[in-house]
Ligand binder design. Structure first.
Ligand SMILES: [Fe+2]
Length: 364
């Protein structure tokens, strides 16, 4: 049996930003809470929002690797101002916050209680507009937040799906090269991880394959010499990766990434990608067919060539390919392994402590 679920209305294309207003009218939204980055409020599109929406409130206090405290602060505003919808305009961090806030209408407790029981009292509609090409958060049910105890933890619920996702590649035009690289490689990894996931199914494989090809063949140009066409292709790569991994989840590369981000401040996408070539070899020992497919999608001849080609991609976009480059030293082994032994049910192969010790030694 396979089960594919995607309740979000997806609007994709250049100049689709304005669709937001008709969607808000259709949903009879009177006073939305807009969660966005500080730089967005100096943009022309913010001026359009000001000219078009009679009432709205603004929350701009979301940092990368967002915290549950940010969610609680935005939810306080949602409730005190009696807002009836949430609009998230930003990268993965902002969208991860916004989707949880939308579930906190009249909810008297901290969002950390959702880790025990995800039973919101009421939810308001959530509209998602990504400004990066990578996280795919606009159409997933996942929110990765850092708790008050400093631990990155994933909340997942069908209640987090946006009512409408508007993916307008023009919103990504102003991304600087490093952000383009870090978010774009996240999309590539999410598509690869979906494809080799045990939860993969024909629907997700189709999206993942398209995303792997789009991101692999467009990312270098998107970072070094972007034009409208590569921005559109990367937006589509990100969206299609999310169409796939929204239903399959990610795998061990994402699990290990949290330790690299926490201990070395590495951007999420780079932290995921650094172990991807290694896991391509590791998972190929269990599911060679899927891993060989991935290699063929990127024009590689076999697993070793696939590992080399992905490593070369990392180097071309300025991403670290070895752990020594990010500040990892051998005495750090325990603190990395301590955070990384958790096993996701869809991992194609279980990794042991010995496997991780070998990974850390080989990638150093
Ligand atoms: Fe990711």
């Amino acid at each position: 049996m396979t089960k594919y679920y995607m309740p979000t209305k997806i609007i994709f294309g250049e100049k689709t930003f304005g669709e937001l207003f008709s969607e808000l009218r259709e949903a009879k939204v009177k006073k939305p809470l807009i969660i966005c980055g500080k730089h967005f409020i100096s943009s022309l599109r913010y001026r359009v929002i000001q000219d078009t929406l009679p009432f709205f409130k603004l929350f701009t206090e979301v940092r990368p690797n967002p915290s549950t405290a940010s969610v609680d602060a935005a939810a306080k505003m949602l409730n005190e101002e009696n807002c009836d919808a949430v609009i998230g305009i930003g990268g993965g961090s902002i969208l991860d916050v916004a989707k949880v806030v939308a579930c906190m209408k009249n909810y008297g407790k901290s969002c950390e209680s959702f880790y025990k029981s995800l039973r919101p009292k009421a939810a308001v509609p959530f509209f998602a507009l990504p400004t990066t090409s990578g996280s795919g958060s606009e159409i997933t049910k996942y929110s990765v937040l850092t708790t008050n105890a400093g631990v990155k933890k994933t909340l997942r619920s069908d209640k987090f799906y946006a009512k409408v996702a508007i993916v307008d590649p023009q919103l990504t035009y102003s991304m600087p090269p490093e952000l383009t690289a870090a978010t774009g490689i996240d999309a590539f990894c999410q598509a690869v991880e979906s494809y080799w996931s045990k939860g993969a199914m024909p629907e997700t494989d189709k999206w993942a394959e398209e995303s792997i090809k789009l991101s692999y063949f467009n990312l270098v140009k998107a970072v070094k010499d972007p034009d409208k066409y590569v921005r559109i292709n990367m937006s589509l790569a990100s969206l299609n990766a999310a169409r796939a991994f929204s239903n399959t989840g990610t795998t061990a590369c994402h699990t290990l990434s949290y330790a690299f981000t926490k201990h070395y401040g590495l951007a999420h996408g780079f932290a995921v990608a650094i172990t991807l070539p290694w896991f391509l070899g590791f998972y190929a020992e269990k599911n060679e067919k899927k891993c060989l497919d991935i290699c063929s999608f990127i024009g590689a001849d076999g697993i070793e060539d696939g590992k080399a080609k992905i490593t070369q991609l990392l180097q071309q976009i300025g991403a670290p390919a070895r752990l020594g480059e990010i500040g990892f030293v051998p005495p750090d082994v325990e603190k990395i392994i301590g955070m990384s032994l958790q096993h996701k049910p869809n991992n194609p192969r279980k990794h042991t402590r010995q496997d991780l010790e070998r990974l850390l030694a080989e990638l150093y």
